[in-house]
Design a protein around this ligand. Structure first.
Ligand code: NAP
Length: 247
């Protein structure tokens, strides 16, 4: 699963799952674009660590919810590495509240980043992916998009929305040979999981047959496979990486 000279843009890769994906792709030969919104120091540290391991990476600031910033990021990528081959739509946020307490602003903010951001980034890199030899659109969803979750109506909606988006893009891209797939992680040890109260974390853990939360490396290895040439005949799929959770 060699990604030599493949330019891979990973949104939200200054921390968490995105950071794990960026480092893994960098270790396997890709030119990695480490996108972030505000965590500049963390993004630079990811770039540094990829370079220390002999890989190639740049940091690129852009709030994925802002089309002009995403477009500027694409220009930076093209100047540095040429058109992108792989886009990993990973950036995501939560604002957790039961629906009865959720405001329209809570709803819109999560939709703007988790779905609006996917639109903006896919729009900016669409022609690149279409024209790449092994173009890949990879959307990071969640088991929460499959099961729903108390306190996450806004978030779950964005994560299930990615299933229809991915399936449609897979059909629309198919004639070009490029693929579109979703990776749907279960619960992963990141800052996002740390925001979940401990008693809820314990309850979740009881529902995971493999009896542990995922590490970012568990997710990154699957994303690397989807990004690679080896996955060329797989498109429109949802890969559940959730320790055996039912949905
Ligand atoms: P995280 O630790 O909170 O990290 C989020 C990353 O996204 C950060 O790098 C952050 O950068 C970036 N980001 C947030 N808003 C952004 C924006 N508007 N524009 C650009 N970048 C932005 O989250 P995570 O747990 O790694 O989650 C990553 C993805 O995996 C999300 O899509 C999430 O829904 C999904 N997921 C997570 C879990 C889990 O259990 N953790 C499970 C299933 C799916 P800044 O710090 O610069 O803002």
């Amino acid at each position: 699963m060699n990604l030599d000279n493949q330019t891979c843009v990973v949104t939200g890769s200054s921390r968490g799952i995105g950071r794990g994906i960026a480092k893994d792709l960098g270790r396997n030969g890709a030119n990695v674009v480490v996108n972030y919104r505000s965590s500049e120091a963390e993004a630079r540290a990811v770039v540094e660590s990829i370079r220390e391991e002999g890989g190639e990476a740049i940091a690129a600031q852009a709030d994925v919810a802002k089309p002009d910033e995403v477009q500027a990021m694409r220009e930076k990528v093209v100047d540095e590495y040429g058109p992108a081959d792989v886009l990993v739509n990973n950036a995501g946020i939560t604002i957790d509240k039961k629906f009865e307490n959720m405001t329209r602003e809570d709803w819109d903010t999560v939709i703007d980043v988790n779905l609006g951001g996917v639109f903006n980034c896919t729009d900016a890199f669409y022609d690149d992916i279409k024209e790449a030899e092994h173009g890949r659109l990879i959307n990071i969803s969640s088991v929460v998009g499959q099961q729903g979750n108390i306190g996450q109506a806004n978030y779950a909606t964005t994560k299930s929305g990615l299933f229809g988006f991915t399936r449609t893009l897979a059909l629309e891209l198919a004639h070009t040979g490029a693929t579109a797939n979703c990776v749907a992680p279960g619960f992963v040890e990141t800052d996002m999981l740390e925001e979940v109260p401990e008693r809820v974390q314990e309850k979740i853990l009881r529902e995971i047959p493999l009896d542990r939360f995922a590490t970012v490396e568990d997710i990154a290895g699957i994303v690397r496979f989807v990004a690679s040439e080896e996955s060329s005949y797989m498109t429109g799929q949802v890969l559940g990486v959730n320790g055996g959770m039912e949905w």
